[in-house]
Design a binder for this molecule. Structure first.
Ligand code: BG6
Length: 514
């Protein structure tokens, strides 16, 4: 906590630990996968790092007929299995005292009444100060019911120095119209400063490092433009399939699940101008500007690709096709791979294509942003000297193997002048001893602190849908025109459908194979 009493301490010093004030975190949908694997462990990790105050409580809300102890056992198991930091009895004992469960259906007014009483008891008994964050880890169709009930029960206003905040998980709508509708519903109840939209990529250290790399150094910014950069590739590849998430994934697909949020946010961080400060308003203004300049492909057939994985072998294991996954209808038209080209109509980026791709069951798990540079305008070597010289590249490795790679040509030792590509690497693991917090630790802490820079605003969500909607319409129209799915296929363990390779080849590029 900032110590204002010490004149030697600068209240702006962001290196000081930021500790949440007294509050209750309520998770709706607490029995879901996200809550078990990410949210509950992140709460424990924050407690373990000393970033939660003694006046903290965690309330789970779900249909199960559980007592407080049953829920506490669920939290304990989730923490033991998934927390990042070691389990410590004394931390757990402290957390346990503030763990409560409320059983009820979403929409049941009595259950919401019980939640209100539970929270009021905690405010009284644990000194949680009348501050509450409501995390909606539930399907978006239930948002309206929950936020309306929160208002009816007086749990939406922030009055007399206390606060009530709502946290919503993606997907923020299914298209532009539904995103607007969702925003209308939420903003009728909560003012903008109390709404926290989670895009967990923004909580990743390596995504924030994109800003550090660009704006804390003199080295990179001069070449960060269309005079030097030829193309940008933003990749989020996963080697896993859809797991047990058929209900969520089918009808959503790769473009809505990942490009609309994570990849367009990565594009915004890569392409935006320098914000005046990292204050939320300044940062969001720059992201908004660049998303406004970002255009969907002009030639949809040429500059988009989509595919669905078939059955096959990967990592020594046989896996079934997407259409054979449990719960996927035989006539599904959902893509598990999507690639698009985005052009940015501004002075810095005109003429530089940004290629965005994502897929399930790909060759390996990797997320990266790669800037490919133009060739040197003149090479004072013979063509055989530079036979093995590729293009210079700067690669921000978001995960795993977090770091930055610079690729350039170097002389091969020997009496000839032979140039070959080499890599220069910065690896987080090699330079820092502290391990990176999980994205959800950072984001939950920011919600509790009311610190908004890492949360997308509604305008950014709208702008992202404006880029994606025409692509999704185009794919739906091509299916309708040919009266069958025009989806391409790809084998598990590969880098996606050949149509994606052709898409880049037409522009004279090839996809990186990280
Ligand atoms: C989620 C998507 O937002 O991100 C999932 O819904 C995806 O489909 C996940 O698997 C990947 O997150 P991470 O942090 O493992 O890259």
């Amino acid at each position: 906590m900032t110590d204002h009493s010490n004149p030697l301490r600068d209240p702006q010093d962001r290196r000081l630990p930021r500790i949440a004030g007294p509050c209750v975190l309520v998770i709706f949908g607490v029995t879901g996968d996200l809550s078990t694997k990410k949210l509950m462990p992140a709460v424990y990790d924050l407690a373990n790092r000393g970033l939660l105050p003694p006046g903290f409580a965690l309330v789970g809300f779900a249909r199960r007929d559980w007592a407080h102890q049953d829920f506490a056992k669920i939290v304990h198991d989730a923490v033991s299995e998934h927390a990042r930091t070691p389990f410590r009895e004394e931390v757990w004992a402290q957390l346990l005292e503030g763990i409560r469960f409320v059983s009820g259906e979403i929409g049941d007014d009595e259950a919401m009444g019980r939640l209100k009483e539970t929270i009021a008891d905690l405010d009284e008994a644990r000194g949680t100060g009348g501050n509450h964050a409501f995390y909606l880890s539930i399907p978006p169709k239930l948002f309206e019911t929950v936020v309306t009930q929160l208002r009816q029960h007086g749990l939406a206003e922030s009055a007399n120095g206390t606060w009530n905040r709502v946290v919503i998980e993606k997907p923020f709508g299914h298209d532009l119209d539904s995103a607007r509708e969702l925003n209308r519903v939420v903003s009728q109840v909560f003012p903008p400063e109390s709404v926290f939209r989670i895009d967990h990529y923004l909580g990743k250290e390596t995504v924030q490092n994109l800003m550090a790399l660009r704006f804390a150094n003199q080295l990179f910014e001069p070449v960060w433009n269309n005079r030097y950069v030829d193309q940008v590739q933003i990749t989020m590849a996963e080697d896993i399939g859809i797991g047990g998430r058929a209900g969520y994934y089918d009808g959503i697909g790769a473009a809505r699940d990942v490009i609309q949020n994570h990849l367009l946010q990565l594009l915004a961080h890569t392409a935006m101008e320098e914000p005046t400060s990292f204050d939320a308003r300044q940062l969001q203004a720059e992201k908004r500007k660049v998303l406004e300049a970002a255009q969907p492909p002009k030639q949809m057939d040429l500059h988009t690709a989509r595919g669905r994985y078939t059955s096959g072998w990967t990592g020594g294991q046989h896996c079934g096709a997407y259409l054979d996954e449990d719960g996927i209808p035989a006539d599904s038209t959902t893509e598990t791979y999507a690639a698009i080209r985005v052009d940015i109509d501004n002075r810095r980026w005109a003429g530089v294509p940004f290629y965005l791709r994502t897929g399930k069951r790909m060759a390996r798990r990797v997320t990266e942003v790669a800037l490919g540079f133009k060739r040197a305008p003149h090479l004072p070597f013979t063509s055989t000297d530079t036979e093995d010289l590729g293009y210079n590249a700067l690669v921000m490795r978001i995960q795993p193997d977090e770091g930055v790679t610079m690729r350039f040509g170097a002389k091969v030792p020997g009496s000839q002048m032979e140039i070959r590509e080499v890599n220069m690497d910065f690896a987080y693991g090699g330079s820092f001893t502290e391990s990176s917090p999980e994205a959800y630790e950072r984001l939950i802490l920011d919600v509790l602190l009311g610190d908004p820079p890492l949360f997308p605003q509604h305008e950014e969500v709208e702008l992202s849908w404006k880029i994606l909607d025409p692509i999704l319409d185009h794919w739906a129209e091509s299916d309708a025109r040919s009266r069958k799915s025009t989806m391409d296929e790809y084998k598990p363990g590969t880098w996606g459908p050949t149509s994606a390779d052709e898409m880049l080849a037409r522009d004279g590029f090839t996809w990186r194979r990280p």
